[in-house]
Design a protein around this ligand. Structure first.
Ligand code: 26Q
Length: 822
């Protein structure tokens, strides 16, 4: 009774220029409902995106079918953030449609580049953690590994940053305003999520207690699917993002029925849950809505995954079907949720439920900062998720039994390890819950993993030494080399062939060419072309006139004190101070352009003050004739993935200057090295591994290492001593304090200066001298163009390890035990 044509997915015309034109015009006419002659750029962009999507659809359906029928083990990546970046260029690349699309559009009188510029990037993440999730799903698709990414479809992603008189002002990111051609909504597959209420416990004759959750309100989770195409391999995985919607029951129950208008307004209460991404990335506030978001997407995702296993699936087999990878603690509420499903909905007893649950999760930690570890207040958790709180308490009781057995009478240890803390209020330590439940706990770079074992989670590592492993982060070479840096990519491909894009260790074949003068010249030409591309972009984007004959020195990352943007700033101000005080002749200064990119969490006062200071320093330095144009400081607003793709390939120097022991890994550092920038950096995060691979001669190391930082902290750190004893540092800070960068006003930047001199938690002053000396070495090295180029090439050649494909291989081997499936 089925039409024979319906047996296979519909495929678009062959990927020829004519076929593509046909499909594109069909989309424009039927989907957008406009003729080419009357279409807007957004119509054209949307039709183009749909055309590309159509070419991928058959593969997508096929991937889904195989995954369902194959009963293979999947990775379910649970992440509150996916910082995807623009989709069009990436998907054209993955589907090998670039040339065809360009020509097809040309034949319609349209420019592919113009249409690409129309896309608003989905900024559904804060920074490194969200971008890592995006790189990982790209790699898994490219490596043919079954994976579904689960997350939240925020209506507003990370805010858009603007500057008003040098100060950060946030604008909402209405990325969906013109539609999102890459998503497919499935309202019919919505999932109900309960909240609030109470737990009823009944005890039977045998004394066995049964708990039932009687929730108070609920919302619907509507899934939106986004394609995740592998690179040229025909696999298309799925990213499933959940959007919150009100239910009927909701309107009538907690908000008074009868008042129709009020009931309709009440819908927004439910829809608030997926309204906006929280823009904090290191000091989580225990906000109720944030916990709602976490439970919302986790409950939807577990329900979805389990239901997709089919009616007669035995949940005892769940560990053979899935590993839920927890991207930081944000989705850890999934642990008690799975227990609840197994016990309350499927009738398992506690031990059987725990036997299953404790095989289904693994936990990735992304921090070392104590204030970044999530702790949920028991009061809040009990109010929002009373049954989950009860389950967490039982998990804790049984866990502490294990601890007591191993260390009888060690009460201090019991207190230290308890999932439930009593201070400063009673709370649930989500990292501990994840550690207890996870089959593995991984840090994101070798040093970070070691510090997790030795410090943050030391008690747990003593109990379960094999649970703790390292998987060093990586980045996708598809987006961050092939797409972002076509000049260098073409040069590499011309030299060693195409294989490197999916086998990045092959970049080492470039190493011999570091000694080839022609190759070095070609490499420099690519770098220069990238500076011109960047100059053109910044000109229209920000009205910035970027010199293309300067050393380009770049620091781009979230604004945080531990990352030490102020240290970079002290370097710049110091150079300036030396010129205006006549200590240095401007003509002897190496021409350098400093570029910053950084968003501050909107509530982070100090970070915002630092942004203001950077902007004002730029204003003064850029316009002072005494500098003779040899130093420029630019801070393009709203650093995002799209800008990163232009900026990183143009950079000569990569600033990775966090206080040792603070940056878990960093991933920008990897992107720069792979694009031929040389790093000036501390011995922190993945910098350690970069330096080991590229060699000391090709890396500018400075500053204290982690043990030295710890020793200085233990001894007592007094930044004022550095200020008093180093005249260059003193002159630098005094210049800022004097009001030079604030029209003579002494108050504006007083918080930054006095914090550095009197507190300086991240020891910028202690590392200042070492940093300045390393920067002098940078200048000297840059003067020898051939030697510099050689070093830059060796950075590219030796950093193949930092492909996210390698990270994924490590996860598969050390944690997941899943297999690539064709
Ligand atoms: C948590 C609760 C409430 C509100 C916000 C948050 C929250 C959100 C985002 C906490 C942390 C983040 C993001 C953290 C992050 O991006 N960490 C970075 O992860 C990268 C990938 O592993 C590392 O390379 C960086 O070193 C690390 O800082």
């Amino acid at each position: 009774q089925t039409h024979p044509l319906a047996l296979a997915p519909v495929t678009p015309p062959p990927p020829t220029v004519d076929g593509f034109v046909k499909e594109f015009l069909h989309e424009l006419n039927t989907d957008q409902g406009v003729a080419l002659s009357r279409s807007s750029i957004n119509d054209q962009y949307t039709a183009l995106a749909h055309t590309v999507r159509n070419y991928l659809t058959a593969r997508w359906l096929e991937t889904g079918r195989k995954q369902r029928e194959g009963h293979t083990k999947s990775v379910a990546y649970l992440s509150a953030e996916y910082l995807l970046g623009r989709q069009l260029g990436n998907n054209l690349l993955a589907a090998n449609l670039n040339d065809v699309a360009r020509k097809a559009l040309e034949s319609c009188g349209l420019s592919l580049d113009t249409l690409r510029a129309q896309e608003v990037e989905p900024g559904l993440g804060n920074g490194g953690l969200g971008r890592l999730a995006a790189c990982f799903i790209d790699s898994l698709a490219t490596m043919n590994v079954p994976c579904v990414g689960y997350g939240i479809r925020y209506e507003y992603g990370i805010f858009r940053q603007t500057f008003v008189n040098g100060e950060q002002v946030e604008q909402p990111d209405s990325w969906l305003a013109l539609g999102n051609p890459w998503e497919i909504a499935h309202p019919e597959a919505a999932v109900k999520v309960n909240f609030g209420g109470r737990v009823e416990t009944v005890t039977d004759e045998a004394g066995v207690a049964t708990s039932t959750w009687v929730p108070e309100w609920n919302v619907l989770g509507v899934p939106y699917n986004i394609m995740v195409p592998g690179y040229l391999n025909g696999r298309v995985n799925t990213l499933r993002l959940w959007s919150a919607q009100a239910t009927q029951a909701f309107d009538l129950s907690i908000f008074n029925a009868g008042d129709y208008a009020q009931a309709v307004r009440a819908q927004t209460f439910a829809e608030n849950i997926s309204k906006v991404l929280y823009p904090e990335d290191s000091t989580p506030q225990g906000k109720e809505l944030r916990l709602q978001q976490q439970y919302f997407f986790v409950a939807c995702s577990l329900r979805d995954f389990i239901d997709n296993q089919g009616e007669d699936f035995d949940l005892r087999d769940l560990p053979e079907r899935v590993i839920f990878q927890l991207n930081d603690t944000h989705p850890v509420i999934a642990v008690p949720e799975l227990m609840r499903i197994l016990i309350d909905e499927r009738g398992f007893d506690w031990n059987d439920a725990w036997a299953i649950t404790s095989k289904c999760f693994a936990y990735t930690c992304h921090t070392l900062l104590p204030e970044a570890l999530e702790v949920w207040s028991v009061e809040l958790l009990g109010r929002l998720l009373p049954r989950h709180l009860e389950i967490i308490y039982r998990i804790n009781t049984e866990f502490l039994e294990v601890v007591r057995e191993r260390w009888p009478d060690d009460y201090l240890r019991l207190g230290r390890m308890s999932i439930v803390t009593e201070y400063p209020e009673r709370g649930i330590r989500m990292a501990y819950l994840a550690t207890v439940a996870g089959i593995k706990v991984n840090g994101v770079a070798a040093l970070h993993s070691q510090l997790l074992r030795d410090k943050v989670l030391n008690d747990f590592a003593e109990l379960w030494p094999d649970k703790f492993i390292n998987v060093t982060n990586g980045v996708t070479p598809r987006r961050f080399m092939k797409l972002a840096n076509p000049h260098l990519s073409d040069l590499i491909t011309d030299t060693i062939g195409t294989g490197w894009v999916t086998d990045l260790e092959r970049l080492e074949e470039l190493a011999p060419y570091a000694d080839d003068a022609d190759f070095r010249a070609a490499f420099r030409e690519a770098k220069h072309a990238n500076k011109i591309r960047l100059r053109d972009r910044l000109r229209v984007r920000d009205g910035i006139e970027l010199p293309t004959d300067h050393m380009l020195d770049v620091m781009v990352k979230r604004l945080h004190e531990y990352k030490r943007q102020t240290l970079k700033l002290l370097h710049i101000v110091s150079l300036y101070e030396q010129i205006i005080s006549g200590k240095v002749d401007a003509a002897d200064v190496t021409p350098r352009t400093f570029v910053f990119g950084a968003k501050a969490a909107p509530g982070y006062r100090m970070a915002k003050n630092i942004i203001h200071l950077i902007n004002n320093v730029g204003e003064v330095v850029n316009n002072d004739p005494a500098v003779e144009g040899r130093l420029k400081v630019f801070f393009p607003a709203n650093y995002n993935v799209t800008l990163a793709e232009r900026l990183i390939p143009a950079a000569d120097l990569s600033e990775q200057i966090s206080l040792a022991g603070m940056e878990a890994s960093g991933t920008g550092n990897m992107k720069f090295a792979l694009n031929g920038a040389i790093t000036i950096g501390t011995d922190d995060g993945a910098n350690v591994e970069i330096r080991k691979l590229v060699g000391d001669d090709n890396f500018f190391l400075f500053g204290m290492d982690e043990p030295q930082v710890a020793a200085l902290g233990a001894k007592g750190y007094h930044p004022g001593e550095y200020y008093e004893s180093d005249p260059r540092l003193k002159a630098t800070l005094d210049l800022i304090a004097s009001g030079t960068f604030s029209n003579g006003d002494h108050q504006t930047f007083e918080p930054v200066v006095s914090n550095l001199v009197h507190n300086d938690r991240f020891m910028a002053l202690a590392d200042f001298t070492s940093y300045i000396e390393a920067q002098a070495k940078v200048d000297a090295a840059y003067a020898d163009t051939e030697a510099w180029t050689r070093s830059a090439i060796l950075n590219v050649a030796r950093c193949g390890f930092f492909s996210s494909d390698r990270s994924m291989k490590d996860y598969i081997k050390l944690i997941w035990g899943t297999n690539p499936v064709l």
